[in-house]
Write a protein that binds this ligand. Structure first.
Ligand SMILES: Cc1cc2nc3c(=O)[nH]c(=O)nc-3n(C[C@H](O)[C@H](O)[C@H](O)COP(=O)(O)OP(=O)(O)OC[C@H]3O[C@@H](n4cnc5c(N)ncnc54)[C@H](O)[C@@H]3O)c2cc1C
Length: 323
């Protein structure tokens, strides 16, 4: 019998302040030691939403073959479960809340109207997410918008400035065109400085991007001699959208990764919205795929402890909190 514990949240929950990108590696590394370790029994200390046979003893679930416990029914946990299940490894997703989706969760009010955690954009630069939609045969649920980034102008309320990406022009030229043809937000000097600053990211790729983790985005812009105004007008919005923090806090590596993807892929910055509430329109088909492949998804199950034996370096099980 084998059991494994995965918490996708631990990989995605890090705050992307400067210098933090490097800090995230040891966490992933220590967890990869935990992943794949065999264990005799998987002990769950509270009843699962639906019984998962066969029960060995009260509070104990015996698991034949390979089994993986995934803490968290957000998109990472659910998609992880889908792929494991399809690979023949039986996953059990334990979600602490009464709704799936995590940060894309949504709730119905008494009138039957949905309210969501926030607007969610699906970018063309998300190959894995788009692949997932295709596999679930729900790609028609993504509503693609015209390929344009439109900014509300800070000093001219009610007026908008556009970065239009021309159709049929390959990357990075469509992005270069979008930047060069913008009239309101960037002067010619700023456009040249900005483009010059991005060249190393485009040519050297990940190595350059990671080296920039020592700077905040504001510091990076200053190094390129780009005025503070550009920081305020364009990048407060972008850095808050990326990580809910300001450009003088966010690691330059995070913004460069996003800009690089947008520039390297013709449709990278194209945006789509889901045609309804994520729990219904995305999580439901995911759960269907997981269960069809033999996995389980349970809500109202909060993992309170990973029972890990330092000596044997084996996961013994997980403890669930009783509410
Ligand atoms: C308002 C808002 C807007 C956003 N907009 C965008 C956007 O436009 N585009 C975009 O790409 N991204 C956007 N994001 C980010 C995106 O939603 C997240 O990156 C993504 O949903 C994270 O998924 P996840 O599964 O990694 O984590 P989460 O969604 O956080 O899922 C973690 C899950 O684990 C559960 N959990 C936590 N602890 C336990 C425990 N001990 N036991 C069991 N379960 C537990 C939580 O309840 C949660 O359901 C936005 C986020 C927010 C909040």
């Amino acid at each position: 019998m084998e059991a494994t514990f995965i918490s996708p949240t631990l990989f995605t929950g890090a705050v992307h302040r400067k210098g933090c990108c490097r800090d995230r590696r040891p966490l992933g590394a220590s967890f990869s030691r935990v992943l794949g370790t065999p264990t005799q029994t998987l002990r769950l200390q509270a009843l699962l939403g639906r019984p998962v046979p066969p029960l060995e003893a009260p509070g104990r679930v015996a698991v034949p073959g390979k089994e993986v416990v995934i803490a968290g029914g957000g998109l990472a946990g659910l998609s992880c479960a889908k792929y494991l299940a399809e690979a023949g490894i039986r996953p059990i997703v334990l979600e602490s809340r009464d709704v799936l989706g995590g940060k894309v969760a949504a709730w119905k009010d008494a009138d039957g109207d949905w309210y969501e955690t926030g607007l969610h954009i699906f970018f063309g630069a998300y190959p894995n997410m788009l692949q997932l939609f295709r596999e679930l045969k729900i790609e028609d649920r993504l509503q693609w918008k015209e390929h344009s980034m439109i900014f509300n102008m800070r000093d001219r309320p009610g007026e908008y400035s556009r970065f239009d990406f021309p159709e049929k022009v390959p990357a990075p030229f469509n992005g270069v065109w979008a930047i060069l043809s913008n009239r309101e937000m960037l002067t010619w000097r700023e456009k040249i400085l900005f483009a010059r600053g991005l060249i190393p990211a485009m040519l050297q790729g990940q190595g350059y991007v990671e080296a920039c983790d020592q700077y905040t985005w504001t510091e990076w812009l200053r190094k390129q001699n780009i005025p503070e105004r550009v920081n305020d007008e364009i990048f407060i919005a972008m850095s808050k959208a990326l990580n809910f923090i300001n450009p003088d806090e966010i690691s330059a590596a995070v913004v460069l990764v996003a800009l690089n993807r947008f520039l390297q892929e013709a449709k990278g910055s194209e945006m789509a919205f889901l045609d309804g509430a994520p729990p219904e329109r995305l999580c439901e088909p995911l759960v269907g795929a997981i269960e069809a492949a033999g996995g389980h998804v349970r809500c109202n199950q909060r993992v309170s402890q990973i029972i890990y034996d330092e000596k044997t370096r084996m996961v013994q099980g997980v403890r669930l909190a009783s509410w």
